[in-house]
Design a protein. Structure first.
Lengths: 328, 508
């Protein structure tokens, strides 16, 4: 194709198009790449597996972090909330309590983690980074103390346990139950963050905390709510995790932390306003999950998968920045 | 090369500088002569500090040329400017508080051997210099933070002289000084002038300019509009040059019938800041509040918005007694605040015009916790139009707006709340003259609609022009209440510096 002066306009609009849809284009490119590289990648069974095992639980934790990061803070203790909910849920079920009690207990445990964070941040004025780091340390030790050095707890039998496992593995209206849970929570968090009064306050605190305070917003109260919500969402993941694997493995929640932070920030970078958003976060989670699963299918081992994810994150972000600049 | 009459130390010609859409300097010129004191005046935003920052190498101009002591300076940096003998005494004390006087005088030019500094040598030399230049016996081992503001200024000047300064630029050096200290500072500056040093003196106080300066360069809207001799040209004329219109036009007068007291303050007290403060602001009234740095005026305003909690006293709004411990309560009780630091507290630059305007009144535009975009948009569009906020659309980021329009967004936020009491803390700082007049008009309209307005300002011209009454705070107490013909900048200045008090008695 020859380039003439008349093509300048077309080129500019093409660049604009690329910049606008860079995320989707990157997605499509990655999906096509893996579809070609691995015959099993696009099969329904694999996609179902990616969705349930790699996307849902990570996404729910990332939703919580999206709220926290929108408020200008961070929560390093999401893994502790996951684990605490998982531990109490499994302990209650193992002791013969009903599922309702188990779920309530699990969420209650996560709630305590959230309240602890909120107190440290809003009452003692500790920075969110240090406060939640401290809770992370304490939470990890607590689990080891409670499980005689980190012994997993298995749900071998019992009505409630089997029922939950069944729910976790069945489908409702053709959708796996955990996926439905995610959709409901994502819609709820989206409305909360982008449509509600509370969400506006969160955005204002994240944009300029001084302005929020000078506008008469109850900053400590709203900030407490932010951390409690994040812990509760992480707790939901903890319960889904235990229900899926019928056990509680100490410290397993930590695996979510970096992926959830990564997904949220990828979402932030890809969004037009450079702000955390539910849609951006979900895209970030999908991107990470697809890349992980794809690399596994083409035969890379765990360690090389990590390298691959790192490189891909760089490439996607660099392409997004480059195209954005070119569009200006 | 050398002209007999006036030797030019610094010559800046055709300096232009833009910040995004804002034109800070446009073809501005500044000429500084040796052995003379040049006053630099202009409204906030006229470009005074920008052109000084260009000379200081802090801001890079878009165009223009700078000649210092006969040498064309192409790229200036703060370090290279000092090497050329141009020194700056900035408004905020840029001294390390925990340094000794000796260390402060030789900061950046330490005396010593290799990497080791000799504090004793520096202190001895600093004491010598202080004695020689100012006849001042100051133990050079004293910590900077233990000095008075005037002494700190002297230490800064000594630092410049120790580096063989040939040009000395002072930005608002008297802002925090009492009268006696101002006089001794002026003596120092006159002596320096007689020694052949070029002095640039930036001040808002026209009386000081008249007293001290040999020439005055007036800046307006980013350019120099004239250089005059203040002993020949009357002050009123210089002020007219600054604002490009008659003083009367700058401050649109209004006739508002005053209503019942809306804000009533009595016996307000804050340990270490102020005590026994009592005044009223009536519906439709604009009351000014002024005082030097540290006088307590600022703290009074902070207590009224719950940013600080008063130790005692009562604050009533429309007869209801308030407990002002946080801004949350102040906002709920109908008090609006326009903070001095607009970027930190007034508007969120990263949020849209719409999000900023509705931030304090979201409950009005929401049902069951969800924001109704249609009613929010309607209200925001109305306010954008009403205040003629210049923004491309309601969803533009506030960052993209000019300073004056950002300030209007901050005001719109409270209009949206329908607040009854407006507390304004230096609302026209860093706002251009045109937007200033719009803000004054806005205050008049708010007053016309029955709001009670308390205006904290250090711009005496503004206070006299806008207010019905001005309260002066001196050392934590109300030193006077001025209205009518007694309300003039001379009287306010005198009361602020403790020279005179009670023109028409402290208001009950």
């Amino acid at each position: 194709m020859s380039v003439s002066a008349n093509d300048n306009n077309t080129k500019a609009s093409l660049r604009g198009f690329l910049a606008k849809y860079s995320v989707l284009i990157a997605f499509a490119a990655i999906v096509i790449f893996f579809a070609v590289a691995s015959p099993t990648f696009l099969t329904p069974a694999n996609l179902f597996n990616v969705l349930v095992n790699n996307v849902v639980m990570l996404a729910i934790v990332a939703l919580g972090l999206t709220i926290v990061i929108s408020s200008g803070g961070i929560d390093l203790s999401v893994g502790v909330s996951v684990d605490m909910a998982s531990m109490i849920f499994v302990m209650l079920l193992a002791a013969g309590y009903s599922g309702v009690v188990g779920v309530a207990g699990g969420l209650g445990a996560a709630l305590i983690v959230g309240i602890l964070n909120a107190i440290l941040i809003t009452r003692l004025n500790i920075s969110p980074f240090l406060a939640t780091l401290g809770v992370l340390f304490i939470g990890q030790s607590t689990q080891q103390l409670a499980t005689s050095g980190g012994q997993p707890i298995y749900l071998t039998s019992g009505y409630a346990a089997d029922q939950f496992n069944a729910i976790a593995r069945t489908a409702l209206f053709g959708m796996p139950t955990p996926v439905i849970v995610l959709i409901v929570l994502a819609v709820a968090v989206h409305l909360l963050l982008h449509r509600s009064v509370f969400g506006r306050y969160v955005q204002a605190m994240g944009a300029q905390p001084g302005v929020a305070w000078y506008s008469g917003i109850r900053v400590p109260r709203e900030l407490s709510m932010v951390h409690v919500l994040c812990a509760l969402l992480s707790g939901v993941t903890g319960i889904l995790l235990s229900a899926t694997v019928k056990s509680y493995v100490p410290l397993s929640g930590n695996a979510f932390l970096l992926d959830a932070i990564g997904a949220t920030f990828i979402g932030t970078t890809l969004s037009r306003e450079r702000k955390p958003s539910v849609i951006g976060t979900l895209l970030g989670v999908l991107l990470l999950a697809i890349v992980k699963n794809g690399l596994l299918l083409v035969g890379w081992n765990f360690y090389w998968q990590q390298v691959g994810i790192g490189v891909l994150v760089f490439l996607v972000l660099a392409a997004s920045f480059g195209l954005r600049r070119a569009a200006h | 090369m050398q002209t007999a009459k006036r030797e030019i130390a610094v010559s800046m010609t055709g300096i232009s500088k833009r910040f995004g859409p804002v034109r800070a300097l446009e073809d501005a010129n500044l000429e500084i002569a040796r052995g003379s004191i040049l006053g630099l005046v202009g409204q906030n935003g006229a470009g005074k500090s920008t052109i000084i920052k260009v000379l200081a190498g802090i801001i890079k101009p878009d165009s223009g040329s700078i000649v210092i002591n006969g040498e064309t300076a192409s790229t200036l940096t703060p370090a290279s400017v000092e090497k050329l003998g141009v020194h700056f005494i900035h408004q905020d004390r840029l001294l390390v508080p925990t340094a000794t006087v000796g260390e402060a005088v030789f900061l950046g030019h330490e005396i010593g051997l290799g990497p080791f500094v000799s504090r004793r040598a520096m202190e001895r030399k600093a004491a010598d210099l202080l004695k020689r230049f100012f006849g001042m016996e100051l133990p050079a081992g004293t910590l900077v933070k233990d000095l008075t503001t005037a002494q700190q200024k002297v230490v800064q000047i000594t630092r410049a002289l120790a580096q063989k300064a040939s040009v000395l630029v002072l930005d608002e050096p008297t802002a925090a000084l009492v009268k006696r200290e101002v006089d001794s500072l002026f003596d120092v500056l006159r002596r320096l002038r007689d020694d052949g040093i070029a002095v640039v003196f930036i001040s808002h106080y026209m009386q000081e300019i008249e007293k001290l300066c040999d020439r005055v360069t007036v800046m307006r809207n980013g350019t120099d509009v004239g250089t005059v001799d203040p002993r020949v040209t009357p002050i009123d004329e210089i002020i007219s040059m600054m604002i490009a219109r008659d003083v009367g036009e700058m401050f649109p007068k209004r006739a508002v019938e005053l209503g019942a007291p809306v804000l009533e303050v009595s016996n307000l007290r804050l340990g270490g800041s102020f005590e026994n403060i009592g005044f009223n602001v009536r519906a439709g009234e604009i009351v000014g509040l002024t005082g030097l740095l540290g006088s307590g005026a600022k703290e009074i305003v902070q207590c009224l918005f719950g940013l600080k909690t008063a130790d005692g006293g009562q604050v009533r709004v429309e007869g209801r007694e308030l407990s002002l411990s946080t801004p949350v309560k102040a906002v709920r009780d109908g008090i609006a605040m326009l903070p001095e630091d607009r970027r930190a507290h007034g508007v969120a630059l990263g949020l849209s015009v719409r999000e900023n305007i509705s931030l304090a009144s979201l409950r009005r535009y929401s049902r069951t916790g969800m924001v109704s975009r249609s009613s929010e948009n309607q209200a925001v569009d109305g306010l954008i139009k009403e205040l003629s906020i210049k923004t491309p659309h309601r969803d533009a980021l506030v960052r993209e707006l000019s300073g004056g329009n950002q300030q209007k967004v901050a005001i719109a936020k409270w209009l949206s709340c329908q607040s009854r009491v407006y507390v304004l803390d230096e609302p026209t700082v860093a706002v251009d003259v045109g937007a200033k007049v719009e803000i004054y008009n806005l205050l008049n309209r708010l007053a016309g609609e029955g709001a009670a307005i308390l205006l904290l300002s250090s711009d005496l011209l503004e206070l006299v022009g806008v207010c019905d009454r001005v309260l002066v705070v001196y050392r934590g107490r109300l030193a006077g209440s001025f209205s009518g013909p007694a309300m003039n900048s001379d009287a306010l200045l005198a009361a602020s510096s403790g020279a005179r008090s009670n023109a028409d008695g402290v208001a009950a």
